[in-house]
Design a protein around this ligand. Structure first.
Ligand code: ADP
Ligand code: MG
Ligand code: ZN
Length: 654
C-alpha cells in the first residue's frame, strides 16, 4: 500500500471517528431527553389522576397513598396530635403537608417528606415523637443544627438530647440508660450519622431499645446527604441502611428540601426503604420575585447599583447579600458601611463569637444587612427578610434555591436578585473542579442565568422535577414581567470563528483563557492570536460573553483546567460537540431580543450578514435526518414581536 493512500485512509478514519463521536453524543442527549420526557409523562399522569380523584365521588373514603387520604383527623391518634400541636408546640394550625406526614408516620409507614427549607419539616418528627411511646432517633448532619433544635425543644419543655463527640462520659451513660428505660421521659435523641457508622456500643443500645419496643421511629434529616448526587454528600450517611435492616418495624422518616428524583431514589436505596410514601411540597414560593441582573463590570458601579436598591426600594428593610468569597463579603461590607449602611460580614473564617454577634444583631434589626458567604445558612429563620441579593451566582441551583429561599418566610413579598457575571463562571468552576458533579451543577446555574426568555419558576421547577405552568407565575419573575419578545438567532458562524481561533492557538501551543479568547475574537490583545478572515463580531460585550457561555453549556466549547501552586486556571478548548459543525446543516441557536423598540442593541448579526438585516432563525422546525419526521419538541419560532420561545438550545438539522 503506498503511503499516500495510507495517509488518505487514516485521514478518513479520523474524520469518521470524530463524526461517530459526535453522533454518540447526540444519541446520549436523545436518551437523556427520553428519560426526561418519561419522567414528565409520569408526573403529568400522576397530576391528572390526582385531579380526577379530587373531583370524583367518595374521595376521602378509600385508603391509598395520595396525600389527601392522610389529611383526615379521625385517626386513633388525631386528638392527641391536636393537643400536642397546641400545648407542647404552641402552634395553632398545621402547614401544608405536615398533618399528612404526621399521620402517615404515626400509622407506621416509611415516609419521605420533600419540603422547601423553612417549610416546617422538623415538626413532622418532633410532634409524633411526643405522641409515641419510647423515643425517636434523629440523624442530623451537623451538631449546630441539633443544638438549634434542642434549644427550641428545651424551651417548649420537650425532653430531648444529643450524643456527639464532645458528650461527657456521664452524659453518654445517662443516655444509654434512658434508651432502654420504659419509664424514661426522653422523646428525641439526636446523633450524627458517624455515631451509627462508628459506635458499636451505641448500635447495641439501639438494638436493646428496639427489642424493648422503645425505638418509636427513626428520622433522617437532610436525607439528600445520603446520595452522591445530593449537594452536600456525607459518606457516613451511606451506612444508615443498617437501621432499616436491623429495625424493620420502626418506621423511618426522611426529610429534605432536595427534590431531584435521582437524589431521592439513591437515598431510598441507601436507606433500604424501597417504596416510602413520598410527600412533596411544591418548590414554589409565590411571594418571591426572581430576577437576574447583569453584573456591572466595574466594582464601583456594582456597589452603586446595590446601594441604590438598598436606599430606595429596601430602605429600612432586612436583607442578605451572598458573596462568592470571604474577601468579597468583607469588601462589600466595608463599601456599604462607608456609605452609612448598617451591614455586617458573616463567613466561615470568623470567630464563632463574632458570627453569633452578627447573626443576633441582624435578627434584632440592629444590622440591616448581612453580607455573607454560603456559611450563613443553616438555622436562619428570620421571617421578614425582604431581599436576598446574590453578588455572584451560587455554585448550584440547589444552593441558589436554598439561599434565595431565606427571603419572605413571612409570606409577604420579597425579592431574590442575582447578579450574573461572565467571569464568575470561571471563578466558580475553578473552585468546584474537584467536586464530582460540580461543573454540571454550576452549568445548570449558568443556564438559569443565561435564559432571558423563560419563566424563572419553570427553570427552577425543572430542576426539582416539578411540572410548572408559567402562567401561574403571576408575573413574579423578571422574564414573565418583561414586555420584550425573543427570537432565536443562529450563532453557528460565530462558533465556527471561535473554533478557528482555538485551533490556531492550539497549533501555536498557546492556551487561551476566556479573556484572551474574547480579545482575539474582537481583534484586541496579542496580534498573533487573531485569525485572518475572522471578523470581529459587532456585538456589545455582554452578548459576546453570552455566546461563549452558551457554547460552553452546549459543549461546543469546554473548560480545561491548569493547576498551579497558587491557583487553578480555566482555559477554553474545543468542546466534544465541535465535530457536529462538520455538517453545514447544523445551527446553534440562542434567543436574542427581537427587533422591538429599545431592544435594537441586543440584536445579533451574523458575520456573514453584514447588512442590518436581523438574524432570523435559519430553520425553525427540527426534523430528523433519516426519517424526515418532525420532532414535536421543536417549535416554530415566529419572528413577530413579542414571540416567546421556550427553549434556547435547539440544534437544527435540515
Ligand atoms: P425546615 O426544616 O423545613 O427547614 P423547620 O422545621 O426548621 O423548617 O421550621 C421552620 C420554622 O417554621 C420554625 O421556626 C418553625 O417553628 C416554624 N413552623 C413549623 N411548623 C409551623 C406551623 N405549623 N405553624 C407555624 N410555624 C411553624
Ligand atoms: Mg430542617
Ligand atoms: Zn415567571
Amino acid at each position: 500500500m503506498d503511503s499516500e493512500e495510507a495517509a488518505a485512509l487514516v485521514d478518513e478514519l479520523e474524520s469518521v471517528s470524530s463524526e461517530l463521536q459526535a453522533v454518540e453524543i447526540q444519541l446520549q442527549e436523545l436518551l437523556e431527553r427520553q428519560q426526561e420526557l418519561i419522567q414528565r409523562k409520569r408526573l403529568l399522569n400522576k397530576k391528572i389522576q390526582r385531579l380526577s380523584e379530587d373531583s370524583g365521588p367518595g374521595t376521602s373514603a378509600g385508603g391509598g397513598d395520595s396525600a389527601e387520604n392522610w389529611q383526615k383527623e379521625d385517626f386513633l391518634w388525631s386528638q392527641k396530635i391536636r393537643d400536642a400541636l397546641c400545648n407542647s408546640f404552641q402552634l395553632r394550625s398545621f402547614r401544608s403537608l405536615q398533618l399528612e406526614t404526621i399521620n402517615a408516620t404515626m400509622a407506621g409507614r416509611d415516609v419521605f417528606l420533600i419540603m422547601p427549607t423553612g417549610g416546617g419539616k422538623s415538626l413532622c418528627y418532633q410532634l409524633p415523637a411526643v405522641c409515641s411511646d419510647g423515643f425517636t432517633l434523629v440523624i442530623c448532619p451537623l451538631v449546630s443544627l441539633m443544638e438549634d433544635q434542642l434549644m427550641v425543644l428545651d424551651r417548649l419543655g420537650v425532653s430531648a438530647t444529643s450524643l456527639n463527640a464532645s458528650s461527657s462520659k456521664e452524659h453518654v451513660k445517662w443516655v444509654h440508660g434512658e434508651m432502654t428505660n420504659k419509664n424514661s421521659r426522653l422523646k428525641l435523641l439526636y446523633v450524627t450519622p458517624e455515631k451509627i457508622a462508628k459506635s458499636k456500643l451505641f448500635m447495641s443500645r439501639l438494638e436493646k431499645a428496639y427489642q424493648a419496643g422503645l425505638l418509636a421511629r427513626v428520622a433522617v434529616d437532610e436525607v439528600h446527604c445520603c446520595s452522591q448526587w445530593g449537594h452536600d454528600f456525607r459518606p457516613d450517611y451511606k451506612t444508615l441502611g443498617i437501621l432499616k435492616r436491623q429495625f424493620p418495624n420502626s418506621p423511618l422518616i426522611g426529610l429534605t428540601a432536595t427534590a431531584t428524583t435521582h437524589v431521592l431514589k439513591d437515598a431510598q436505596k441507601i436507606l433500604c426503604v424501597p417504596k416510602p410514601l413520598t410527600f412533596t411540597a411544591s418548590f414554589n414560593r409565590p411571594n418571591l420575585f426572581y430576577e437576574v441582573r447583569l453584573k456591572p463590570s466595574s466594582s464601583q458601579d456594582f456597589i452603586a447599583d446595590i446601594v441604590k436598591l438598598i436606599n430606595s426600594r429596601y430602605r429600612g428593610q432586612s436583607g442578605i447579600i451572598y458573596c462568592f468569597s470571604q474577601k468579597d463579603s468583607e469588601h462589600v461590607t466595608m463599601s456599604l458601611q462607608k456609605l452609612g449602611i448598617r451591614a455586617g460580614t458573616y463567613h466561615a473564617n470568623m470567630e464563632p463569637r463574632d458570627k453569633t454577634k452578627v447573626h443576633t444583631k441582624w435578627t434584632a434589626n440592629e444590622i440591616q444587612i448581612v453580607v455573607a458567604t454560603v456559611a450563613f445558612g443553616m438555622g436562619i429563620d428570620k421571617p421578614d427578610v425582604r431581599f436576598v441579593i446574590h453578588h455572584s451566582m451560587s455554585k448550584s441551583m440547589e444552593n441558589y434555591y436554598q439561599e434565595s429561599g431565606r427571603a419572605g418566610r413571612d409570606d409577604a413579598r420579597a425579592d431574590c436578585i442575582l447578579y450574573y457575571g461572565f467571569g464568575d463562571i470561571f471563578r466558580i468552576s475553578s473552585m468546584v473542579v474537584m467536586e464530582n458533579v460540580g461543573q454540571k451543577k454550576l452549568y445548570e446555574m449558568v443556564g438559569y442565568c443565561q435564559s432571558p426568555d423563560r419563566c424563572r419558576r419553570v427553570l427552577i421547577a425543572q430542576h426539582f422535577d416539578e411540572v410548572w405552568d408559567s402562567a401561574k407565575c403571576n408575573k413574579m419573575c423578571d422574564n414573565c414581567n418583561s414586555e420584550g419578545g425573543w427570537e432565536k438567532a443562529d450563532i453557528t458562524p460565530y462558533c465556527r470563528d471561535i473554533v478557528k481561533i482555538l485551533e490556531q492557538a492550539n497549533q501555536m501551543d498557546e492556551k487561551l483563557t476566556p479573556l484572551k479568547l474574547m480579545d482575539a475574537w474582537v481583534g484586541k490583545g496579542v496580534a498573533k492570536l487573531r485569525v485572518p478572515g475572522v471578523r470581529p463580531p459587532q456585538l456589545p460585550r455582554p452578548e459576546i460573553e453570552r455566546i461563549i457561555a452558551h457554547l460552553l453549556l452546549q459543549q461546543f466549547l469546554r473548560e480545561d483546567f491548569s493547576f498551579t501552586a497558587y491557583a487553578t486556571i480555566s482555559y477554553i478548548k474545543r468542546g466534544p460537540k465541535v465535530d457536529l459543525l462538520r455538517s453545514d446543516k447544523y445551527a446553534i441557536c440562542l434567543p436574542m431580543r427581537s427587533g422591538g423598540a429599545g431592544a435594537g442593541a441586543d440584536k445579533v448579526k451574523s458575520p456573514q450578514q453584514s447588512t442590518s438585516q436581523s438574524l432570523a432563525p435559519k430553520v425553525s422546525v427540527t426534523t430528523s435526518k433519516n426519517s424526515g419526521r418532525k420532532r414535536p419538541k421543536a417549535e416554530k419560532v415566529s419572528v413577530a414581536k413579542k414571540s416567546k420561545v421556550t427553549n434556547d438550545d435547539s440544534i437544527v438539522i435540515d
